[in-house]
Structures are given as structure tokens and as C-alpha cells.
Design a protein around this ligand. Structure first.
Ligand code: NAD
Length: 362
């Protein structure tokens, strides 16, 4: 029986890295039936919505999807399709491994950590009021009544929401992940010295959950200090669990530690649905140029194969990508010594190189 998987190419560079990824996954020999679905601006033009119900139904029934990035307009315009997808399917955990591969251009050769980011709450909960919204004046009145002073009338307002429920399930997810993959330590990261009632709650719940996992070391760190620690001694860290915004920022930082966004994979997971995607966005300036690195999405494909219990295929694909990186010849511009290196190859040539390595393993 083939695996039936929802394939969301996305926009910008999404379609080209998706094509490259599909080719290498198929080259592992695992039978897959792709259920291709559109989201974002293209879907809005065709179906009148950026996130068609038909796409959500497909992911609900297949329970596994892999997607390319989808553009979100900055400032105004529609809200993030990526955030809406995670909410609609209750994909509350965002998993972003950052692992060093020999041959990657980085200052660090000893990074092997995993970011577990809460996906629904925090400043990403979508509770926002535009400057001038009468709701801001009401909140301001409440703040004044509580002795916290008014909110300026020219301010916008975003609410930071951290619940016990949301914190408990993400911290449990992090500990369960650590146990399942033989990891030794979970570090919870927030800033409770300033945000006592939100980040303070996150740490309190994390401590309570940690007591049930006495086989795993538990530590806490303040997010500002953590950014410095990660730059100085990333080898100290194993699994990091964070509220949404800090998780987003630190996962790009960790991508930078291991060679950049071109090689950083990710997954959004719920209790029984998984959507795999690279950490990077749609890089619109490179769209259609056959230029960007497809490896972040290919490594997301490796994670997907593991999730499907196709361990052999996952290990082979991982080894094939790693071999192309180690050789350093048929890689995209971001993996060369300089960005204008004339020996850099394009997106689809990277897929050719990975497929060649896979065939040599057969
Ligand atoms: P981005 O990740 O798209 O690109 C930033 C820069 O990183 C690029 O200009 C490029 O230099 C480099 N880069 C990114 N991916 C690369 C790759 N595969 N190979 C080589 N270099 C790569 O970030 P952005 O410019 O901030 O965002 C562009 C759009 O993507 C925005 O609309 C944003 O909202 C969206 N976005 C979507 C997702 C998602 O779909 N999950 C994630 C992040 C951003």
C-alpha cells in the first residue's frame, strides 16, 4: 500500500524545492501517492480563500503532509496561512532540529540540538488590535484601574497568551520526544523575570512536568542569556522547549549555527497529524530562478519518512544528502565559500546529485 501524503508546494521558491524534494523521496523507492493541494495567493485567486477546506480535509484524512513555504504579506493583508494551517489542524508542536553536517560552512562543528516551539499561543495567538481600535481604550481602562497606567492612544496592541494547558502539552511533547530519541536534557527557555504571569506560568508548568521524567535532566534559561549561550557553547544544549515567539527567533539562530536556512528542516505536529516543512520562507526574490537550496525541504522529507516508520529510506536519504554536502561540489550558492561562486549549481541539480548518491547505495 502506498503512503498517501498531502503535498502543498506553496509559493515563491516553494514549487521548485518541492519538485526537487519529491524526486529524491521517490528515488528512495518508497511508494507514495501525492495528493497535491494549493494554499496562499494562488488558492485565493482560484478558490476565493488562501486556505481551502479541501486542503484541510486532505491533511485530516491522510494525516501526513509536506509543504513548501507560503508568503505572508508584511504589516497588512491576509494573516499567515502557515499559522492558520497549524491552528486549523491543532498542530501545537513545532519541531526544528539543528544538526551539524560535515562540509557545511559554519563556525561550529558540534551542534546537535532540537527546538520544540509551542505553535498556538503567545504573541502569535492572533489577538491583536490596530491603533485606534476602541478595544484598546477599554484595555487601557482596565490597566489603569489595576494601577498599571494607561496605554497610549497611538499604540497598537498584541496580547501575549500563555496557558497551563498549552504549556503542559508542549513541555510534555518535548520530554516525550527526548525519551523517544534518546536525548538527555530538556531546557525550558522564557523570560519570567519580566513576564511573571505568562513566562512565569510556562516555567512553573515545565517544572511540574519535568518531575515526571526523572530520567531526563531539566534546566531553565532566560531567553536573552540563551541567545548568547547558543552562540558561545551550542554543544551544551540538547532539547530546547520554548513559547512561540522565542521558539521562532531561536530556531533561525540555530539554523545559522548549522549552515543557514538552506539546510534547516522542520515539522508541525499534533496528536495524530504531522505537517513537514523547511524553516525558511518563500524567498520571493529567488522564485523561479532554480537557485535556492532544496536541502531544508529534503531534510524535512527525511523527518517525514521517519514519521512514516520508513527508517531505512530515511537513513539512506539522509546519508545521500550528507554525502552531497560533504563533497561540496554540487551544492547551491549558500553552501559555497562566496555567494557569487560560479561553481554553485541550481535547485534541480542538487536533486540530481542526491539521486546519484542514492543509486550508488543500492
Ligand atoms: P525567507 O526565509 O524566505 O528568506 C530570507 C533569506 O534567506 C532569503 O532571501 C535567502 O537569502 C535566504 N534563504 C531562504 N531560504 C533559502 C534556501 N532554501 N536556500 C538558500 N537561501 C535561502 O524569509 P523572509 O524573506 O523573511 O520571508 C519571505 C516570505 O516567506 C514572507 O512572506 C514570510 O512571511 C514567509 N515565510 C513563510 C514561512 C512558511 O511558509 N512556513 C516561514 C517563514 C517565512
Amino acid at each position: 500500500m502506498p503512503h498517501r501524503i498531502t503535498l502543498i508546494p506553496g509559493d515563491g521558491v516553494g514549487p521548485e524545492i518541492t519538485e526537487a524534494t519529491v524526486r529524491v523521496i521517490e528515488a528512495t523507492g518508497i511508494p507514495i501517492e501525492w495528493d497535491v493541494k494549493e494554499a496562499g495567493i494562488g488558492a485565493a485567486e482560484k478558490f476565493g480563500t488562501v486556505l481551502p477546506e479541501d486542503l484541510l480535509d486532505s491533511v485530516r484524512s491522510n494525516r501526513v503532509a509536506i509543504k513548501g513555504p507560503i508568503t505572508t504579506p508584511r504589516g497588512g493583508g491576509f494573516r499567515s496561512v502557515n499559522v492558520a494551517l497549524r491552528k486549523a489542524l491543532d498542530l501545537y508542536a513545532c519541531l526544528r532540529p539543528a544538526k551539524y553536517h560535515p562540509g557545511v560552512r559554519t563556525r561550529y562543528d558540534n551542534v546537535d540540538l532540537v527546538i520544540v516551539r509551542e505553535n498556538h499561543e503567545d504573541l502569535y495567538a492572533g489577538l491583536e488590535f490596530e491603533k485606534g481600535d476602541p478595544a484598546i481604550a477599554k484595555v487601557s481602562e482596565l490597566c489603569e484601574a489595576a494601577g498599571m497606567g494607561p496605554i497610549r492612544s497611538d499604540a497598537g496592541l498584541s496580547l501575549k497568551i500563555i496557558s497551563e494547558y498549552g504549556s503542559r502539552r508542549i513541555v510534555r511533547f518535548a520530554f516525550d520526544y527526548a525519551r523517544r530519541y534518546g536525548r538527555k536534557k530538556v531546557t525550558a527557555v522564557a523570560k519570567d523575570n519580566i513576564m511573571k504571569y505568562t513566562d512565569g506560568l510556562f516555567f512553573a508548568v515545565a517544572r511540574e512536568v519535568a518531575r515526571k521524567y526523572d530520567d531526563i535532566i531539566y534546566e531553565e534559561a532566560l531567553v536573552d542569556n540563551m541567545t548568547m549561550q547558543l552562540v558561545q557553547k551550542p554543544e551544551r544544549y540538547d532539547v530546547l522547549v520554548l513559547p512561540n515567539l522565542y521558539g521562532d527567533v531561536l530556531s533561525d539562530l540555530c539554523a545559522g549555527l548549522v549552515g543557514g536556512l538552506g539546510v534547516a528542516p522542520g515539522a508541525n505536529l499534533g496528536d495524530d497529524i504531522a505537517v513537514f516543512e523547511p524553516v525558511h520562507g518563500s524567498a520571493p526574490k529567488y522564485a523561479g530562478l532554480n537557485k535556492v537550496n532544496p536541502m531544508a525541504m529534503m531534510f524535512s522529507g527525511v523527518m517525514m519518512l521517519r514519521h512514516l516508520s520508513e527508517k531505512g529510506a530515511a537513513d539512506r536519504l539522509n546519508a545521500a544528502i550528507a554525502a552531497v554536502i560533504a563533497e561540496g561540489k554540487r551544492v547551491t550558492y549558500d553552501m559555497k565559500p562566496s555567494l557569487d561562486d560560479p561553481t554553485a549549481v541550481g535547485t534541480s541539480e542538487v536533486a540530481d546529485a542526491v539521486i546519484e548518491k542514492l543509486r550508488r547505495m543500492d
